[in-house]
Design a protein around this ligand. Sequence first.
Ligand SMILES: [Zn+2]
Length: 305
Amino acid sequence: MPAPLTRLATDRRRSAYLARFALDTGRFFEPRRTDCPWCASPRLHTRPPSRAGLTSDECRDCGHLFQNPRLTPEGLAFYGHHPAAPHPATARHHHRSAARALLPFGEPESWLDVGTGDARFPAAAREFFPYTAFDGTDPTPRVLQARAAERVEEAYVGALATPALTAHLRARYDVVSVLRHLEHTADPRAELRAALTVLRPGGHLLLELADPAAPFRTGPPPPHLLPAPNLRAELRAQGCEVLTAARRPRAPFPASYRVLARRPLVLTRAARRPVPPPPAPPAHTPARTPRSTGPVRPGTGDPTP
Ligand SMILES: [Zn+2]
């Protein structure tokens, strides 16, 4: 008996999708790494693939967990990048809780939110710090819209670790916040050192990261998952004082941990060195240059001269 027409159509669509998928997947992935991007150990253990079919390796020496092979920008666009955003009211509650962590240290003059997206966090933090000037960076132009909506005063598109941007913002901020962003960057250590570089001596760094010990229920796992001890060790290696032990925020982000650190008055030599480029960049990955390395004029999205 011939198959029903609807089933034939569905089968044809599925075949076409699978054929396109099979042809395209090579462009979605970078070459596979054979060592840990955090400590360079070759002792890797491959975890079972996620529901989306992405595989992660865990370093047997330092516990760093990372997507391997890593997704290219095209791959990120296909699989999705961040997990689904929580309800705005829930996110606001969470942002207020994160901002309160800075209350014991007085009112900062300047605050940079790294990976700010639509700058919802600065908008929430302003309730506690009404006289603070908030700026934001983001890999996407969403931060320009946030600038137009006056949720941040200055907007920068690109990775903070881009040398021109790090140099432009060096030692400018009393507080730098990096919430659920470091694990999504190509090189979390470079972005972390850049965050310290743009802090004034004695300034505060507020970090929140996905916890590798917690299960991921939505979306693909981030490119990197840093165990809290690795992060604290890196901060101490840069001379920072870790002010709070890793502490899990309450719902809706129980799968993350938060760390507050103070930048030393003098950065260590390692932190002063220019940040090296991410290891083994693939030839087909476009360079991550910011569209704007200067303040953005209101309403234009253009850098000021
Ligand atoms: Zn490692």
